[in-house]
Design a protein around this ligand. Structure first.
Ligand code: C2E
Ligand code: MG
Ligand code: MG
Length: 741
């Protein structure tokens, strides 16, 4: 239209210009030729210009014209129909024609409309309905008989009094619904798979609001499929929330991470679930995604826990065992090295536990161990642990905050609590423990190393009830000085610097001396006296002990025989044997020779053995003891109560005397358990016809308590310290004067 107007306007202008030129030529014929030439040239130039401009315009136009639009409509990938309000179509695009199989335009135009809009009859109401409804749904069969559902969107494109035109654009819902069905069945498939595999899935795009899969809803008994992070956290066991929080805060990562935690299950109680989670960063086109899957691992976890329990938990006390201590301890040690931390390890030993166990009974023994473990547990600080290492040995690992008194203070507190423990009939018994401690990492090159040093410190205080001792590297110095001492001792033996001192033993019924214990002394040329504790262990670890023991055996027999010859009442000479002495294969022969050489009857010689010595090879020990008994020599169990102290061994070992260790006697007037133990041991010994002697009697009260308890003999500073032979003779004479010969 616009083009037509332009054309008419151009034609009028050209006609007017031509009329003007022709008029000019008529009135001015002399100028006509020139004017015509100018006019025609101008016309030609104008035409060329217009053609060029039109060419440029066509080339650069940006809008489409009607023809283009028709082509577009024809080829659109959606159904299009232009129709008039007499319900007949004007234009059907290719897509729609294909549905109907229309190849020419001779179809019934109204019928096509009726079918396309899926109505029985086209009425004014129907048309209004079609026009007003933005997605008018129509169902019809295509040329192949397949049902199509089209949503028509209609608009008025030309309003006229009569025959207005409408454009309806279709949206094929059949395809969309097919996609939806596929999507829904994929979703169903996903949910069913998760249900079969019993895997719950949870997902979020903002880490605050989660959607849970139907299996997740079922597993955790959720009320709905949406759950907030806080609600999810509330379902997690309080002790596992740290792991949960770190999982929830985890950074975006392509890696799948996993954490095991207890979550409240649909059944009510907490169950163990393995939560595998992942976080995916968002892109320009996608939202970030965070979430994971939970899998019920309760049964596996319980099995693992059982295995862990068997491997790492002590059955009696239910605290960690030695394996667990070594495992966890090395971890602590490594952390200390890495982060510059330090920890203490305290090794604790229940004083006289073996004998308590024997006298109070196995159940009471276990009761003591359990309670001791529980006391220790109270002192465990974060990151540390308590463990039972063996028998009555425990360990406590504590974080060090720079206070060097912590181990001693902690042990004192443990001792106080332990002392309060009441065991069965033994009311107010004074239970105690000793301890050795060391520091990690500085006291060793590994956790085991540090622990052994704490044990070393504990041993250094052995025998002293309630003692607490910290490890010092200088403790090893005594070992370093050993060789020097060995050399000096060898010389001392050659120079006859060793001497026997004698300590009297008293019959508690008569007050008379009934024997002496030979105790070795090293008397240096300057007169200083070295006690056996300082050199016997060194002699024992070298060949020197043989020489020493030979001297003690021969000298003891000689001296006793001499006293008898001097007319003193016959008494028993006790000598001490180390395990090296005792386990010699020709022991019996050596003793026999010594007795023969001295001319002493065997019944006046007694050999003292410690429990540890006797029990290190019990079969051989019993054999050796029987050989000595065959000779007629007496046998005493020394320091009873400090070693294994099992009363059951009294059945097996052919001993004639039981020596109650000094540690029971020292505080017997206040220490109920010591009294109970001593009384019980005396009773049992009597029933086996074994005599008893108490070592370390220092006062009259102790003497009277032991006499009342039924103890046969006594030895201690109350009667006399170990003394040289001449002093012993004086003692002898005094005793004879006071108690008769
Ligand atoms: P033992 O055989 O138990 O000897 C008793 C120890 O207790 C002696 O220490 C003695 O002096 C000490 N004692 C006795 N009564 C009392 C008392 O009332 N109060 C206190 N505080 N102590 C008392 P000694 O002589 O220093 O001997 C220590 C240990 O050395 C002995 O313990 C024994 O195991 C060993 N020993 C001594 N002589 C010999 C020996 O000739 N050969 C061997 N192999 N070991 C010996
Ligand atoms: Mg002894
Ligand atoms: Mg002793």
């Amino acid at each position: 239209m616009k083009n037509k107007m332009n054309f008419l306007a151009s034609a009028l202008v050209i006609t007017a210009a031509t009329a003007l030129i022709l008029g000019y030529c008529y009135f001015f014929p002399e100028d006509a030729q020139r004017a015509l030439i100018i006019y025609i040239s101008t016309l030609i130039l104008l035409t060329i210009f217009m053609a060029f401009a039109s060419f440029i315009y066509r080339k650069h136009r940006s809008s489409v014209d009607d023809t283009d639009l028709a082509v577009i409509a024809e080829n659109m990938n959606c159904e299009m129909i232009v129709w008039a309000d007499d319900f007949s179509y004007v234009f059907l695009n290719k897509k729609l024609r294909e549905h109907f199989g229309i190849v020419d335009w001779n179809y019934d135009r109204k019928e096509v409309m009726r079918v396309a809009f899926g109505v029985e009859k086209m009425t004014r109401v129907t048309v209004n309905d079609i026009v007003d409804n933005n997605a008018y749904e129509a169902r019809f069969r295509d040329k192949n008989g397949a049902v199509l559902t089209i949503a028509w969107s209609t608009s008025l494109i030309k309003k006229r009094k009569k025959n207005s035109l409408y454009l309806s654009t279709g949206f094929n819902l059949t395809e969309i619904r097919k996609m939806k069905v596929n999507l829904a069945s994929a979703n169903d498939f996903f949910n069913s798979s998760m249900e079969l595999a019993e895997i719950g899935v949870i997902m979020s795009t903002d880490r605050q609001n989660y959607r849970a899969s139907s299996e997740m809803v079922r597993m955790l008994g959720l009320k709905k499929s949406s759950i907030t992070a806080a609600e999810f956290r509330n379902l997690v066991h309080p002790n596992d929330r740290i792991q949960f929080d770190s999982a929830m805060r985890s950074q975006d990562s392509s890696e799948v991470r996993c954490v095991d935690m207890r979550i409240k299950s649909a059944e009510g109680p907490y169950r163990w679930y393995s939560y595998r989670y992942k976080s995916i960063a968002g892109t320009d086109n996608t939202l970030p995604l965070f979430g994971g899957a939970i899998l019920d691992v309760n049964d596996e976890h319980e099995k693992d826990m059982l295995i862990e329990r068997l491997a790492y938990i002590d059955e009696v006390t239910e605290i960690a065992n030695r394996n667990k201590l070594l495992d966890a301890g090395q971890g602590i040690y490594d952390t200390c090295r890495l982060l510059d931390y330090s920890y203490w390890i305290i090794i604790l030993d229940i004083d006289r536990f073996h004998i308590i166990n024997d006298t109070c009974g196995y159940n009471n023994g276990n009761y003591i161990l359990r309670n001791f473990a529980h006391i220790l547990y109270k002192f465990v600080t974060p990151g540390g642990l308590a463990a039972r290492i063996s028998g009555d040995n425990f360990a406590l690992v504590l974080r060090d905050y720079g206070d060097d008194d912590i181990p001693t203070r902690t042990v004192k507190n443990i001792q106080e609590e332990f002392a309060k423990l009441a065991v069965d009939d033994f009311s107010a018994i004074s239970l105690s423990c000793s301890a050795g401690y060391s520091k990690l990492p500085e006291d060793g090159s590994s956790f085991l190393d540090v622990m052994e040093h704490a044990e070393f410190a504990l041993k250094s205080s052995e025998g002293e009830k309630g003692h607490v001792c910290g490890y010092e590297p200088s403790m090893h110095d005594s070992i370093i000085g050993k060789t020097e001492l060995e050399k000096a001792l060898a010389l001392a033996i050659d120079n006859n610097e060793l001497q026997l001192f004698y300590q009297p033993k008293i019959d508690l019924a008569t007050g008379k001396i009934m024997g002496v214990e030979a105790l070795i002394r090293w008397i240096k040329p300057d007169g200083t006296i070295v006690k056996p504790d300082q050199f016997v262990p060194i002699a024992e670890s070298s060949h020197l002990i043989g020489k020493i023991s030979e001297f003690v055996l021969n000298e003891g027999c000689r001296q006793n025989s001499l006293w008898q010859k001097m007319g003193y009442p016959k008494i028993v000479m006790s000598i001490n044997f180390t395990s090296t002495d005792f386990y010699q294969s020709d022991l019996k022969e050596k003793v026999f020779d010594a007795l023969a050489k001295a001319g002493l009857e065997p019944e006046w010689l007694e050999v003292e053995l410690t429990e540890t010595l006797a029990l290190s090879d019990i079969d051989f020990a019993v054999d050796q003891m029987n050989k000595l008994r065959d000779l007629g020599v007496k046998l005493a169990m020394d320091d009873f109560g400090t070693g294994y102290s099992s009363l059951s061994y009294l059945q097996i070992l052919p001993i004639t005397l039981l020596k109650l260790d000094r540690s029971f006697i020292t505080d017997i007037e206040h220490d109920n358990i010591a009294y109970e133990i001593v009384s019980a041991v005396i009773r049992i010994a009597k029933s086996k016809r074994i005599k008893t002697i108490a070592e370390g009697i220092e006062d009259k009260i102790q003497e009277s308590i032991l006499r009342t308890a039924g103890c046969d003999y006594a030895q201690g500073f109350l009667y006399g310290k170990p003394m040289p032979p001449d002093k012993l003779q004086e003692f002898f004479e005094k005793n004879m004067r006071e108690h008769g010969g």
